[in-house]
Design a protein around this ligand. Sequence first.
Ligand code: PMV
Length: 313
Amino acid sequence: MTTASAPGKVILLGEHAVVYGQPALAIPVLQVEAVATITPRGQAGSSGLRIIAPATDLDSRLDQLDANHPLALAVRLTLDACGELQPPTLQLRVDSDIPLGAGLGSGAAVSVAVIRALSEHLGCPLDLDQQSSIAFEVEKLHHGTPSGIDNTVVTYGQPVYFIKGNDPMPFEIGCPFDMVVADSGHPASTAEAVSRVRSAFEAEPERVGGIFEAIGRLVTDGRDAIAAGDIARLGRLMNNNQTHLAELGVSTPELNRLAGAARRAGALGAKLSGGGLGGNIIALLSGQHDESVVDALRSSGASRLITTRVEAR
Ligand code: PMV
């Protein structure tokens, strides 16, 4: 039996603009993960690769799945990378406690866990770059033009300063800080959010392009603030980023409400994280009113709360 996992992630600053070449900062969320388990298929007469994913009610042989199914693509690209011409007779089971459609990188984490478990089981462990680039191909199924940030942070499992098409860079963390990730309870489609932003950009390239640039500047400022341990500044930048995300049309009254409740209760900053239109917000904790922030988010309807520490790894 071979088991492998990959964590969730949140974007601290820079989502959407990152699709258009601006930088973004993302961190892994180690409290949630996708796990892939490979076992041999012992029963007489069973052949081929069987894929089981209870969360999506999937139980199918690889050759019966649509070629565009994300799990089928992750498996096939891994078999190709390992030089396996025929699918081996194995069972692959996928479990994940990363909520779907919540901006926590569930799709990328599932892909990376599968790529890791399968390649290790076949005796051909792939390096991190190979894992990330296979997961990137799968991400294209979710929304045609991914920046690559999800597969990168989930594969490397450490905070990254990311620019599309460039090698990911770790960023310096002057002092550790805590965030709370609060789920609005409303799943949303990243593909739809990305396509809305694209339509807005096509309709008003100057205005929307200006928003992307403003987001890019605050990401660079945010990286400097984190390196200097200036968490109050990071909080202000998160609030500014949220304003720009609302201008891009990807926030919702619900996400605004959660972010507002967190700030009023003492969070240093709060914003949606990921595609938006639903999913999660993140709130930056100061160390002084943390319980009040968590209580305020819970009483404002957050369906799940995860507190996570951002520190050098
Ligand atoms: O997968 P999500 O919902 O966390 O969104 C990823 C971030 C986007 O910038 C919206 C898309 C991308 O590919 O970078």
